[in-house]
Design a protein around this ligand. Structure first.
Ligand SMILES: [Fe+2]
Length: 234
């Protein structure tokens, strides 16, 4: 039900790369059964060298960055109840796997995620820097949009795994801004409501290249008295 409904819903809304890799992951990822992490890992490993790391829930941000830098993506193993079909406070396995895993088979996106983790490791003890990286993660990996042949498409896992939000992005009162990595890092967000502002990238290559500007921005805006990070990412 969960898988079927969203897979059909995304056919004309998600990025062609996301749909390509979602399709490639079948039958390891399908409506008939809980996905086998062993099978998914086999395919991820063969494709881009990524694998899935099972975690109990939210983990310290430095550990999260370390795992990304080692090409490991965290996943929960719990799945939402029928009454939670459309809203969750914490990511479940459907979000983590259906939302995040397909694009990890795109080589450029896979490299982007790893490099993001490497930058995060360098700045994990600086709370202000982690906050900026959390915003970057939020507006790209979770809630990112992409322009494809004149159309707006979804690539962020938070939208791709949400029936409500994947339709909401086409509402009239939504603002879609051109992707600017510095602006993204200075834009706050709310995690308890659907977004009203999104950023759209022109391509995954440009998303990867935007990481060059991230460290520069972090260094330029570094606060003198930053303490250990307590910000949660995911
Ligand atoms: Fe996520």
């Amino acid at each position: 039900m969960l898988f079927d409904r969203q897979e059909k819903n995304l056919r004309d809304k998600a990025s062609t790369e996301y749909l390509l890799w979602l399709n490639e992951l079948e039958p390891s990822l399908c409506a008939d059964r809980i996905p086998s992490f062993r099978e998914l890992n086999h395919r991820l490993w063969a494709g881009t060298g990524w694998s899935i790391e099972v975690v109990p829930g939210l983990i310290p941000v430095v550990d999260f960055f370390k795992l990304l830098a080692r090409r490991r993506f965290c996943s929960s193993t719990w799945i939402r109840r029928p009454d939670q079909l459309d809203y969750l406070e914490e990511p479940d396995m459907f979000h983590d796997i259906f939302g995040h895993i397909p694009l990890l088979l795109n080589p450029t996106y896979a490299d982007f995620m790893q490099k993001f983790g490497e930058i995060g490791m360098k700045y994990a003890s600086d709370e202000q820097a982690v906050l900026k990286l959390q915003r970057l993660y939020w507006f790209t990996i979770e809630f990112g949009l992409i322009h494809e042949r004149g159309q707006l498409r979804i690539y962020g896992a938070g939208i791709a795994s949400s029936f409500g939000e994947s339709n909401h992005i086409f509402d009239d009162d939504i603002t879609v801004l051109p992707f600017d990595v510095e602006k993204v890092m200075e834009t706050s967000f709310r995690s308890d409501v659907m977004q009203t502002e999104y950023f759209a990238i022109p391509s995954f290559e440009s998303l990867y290249r935007s990481l060059d500007g991230v460290e520069e921005h972090l260094v330029n805006t570094q606060m003198e008295s930053s303490g250990p990070a307590t910000v949660e990412i995911r």
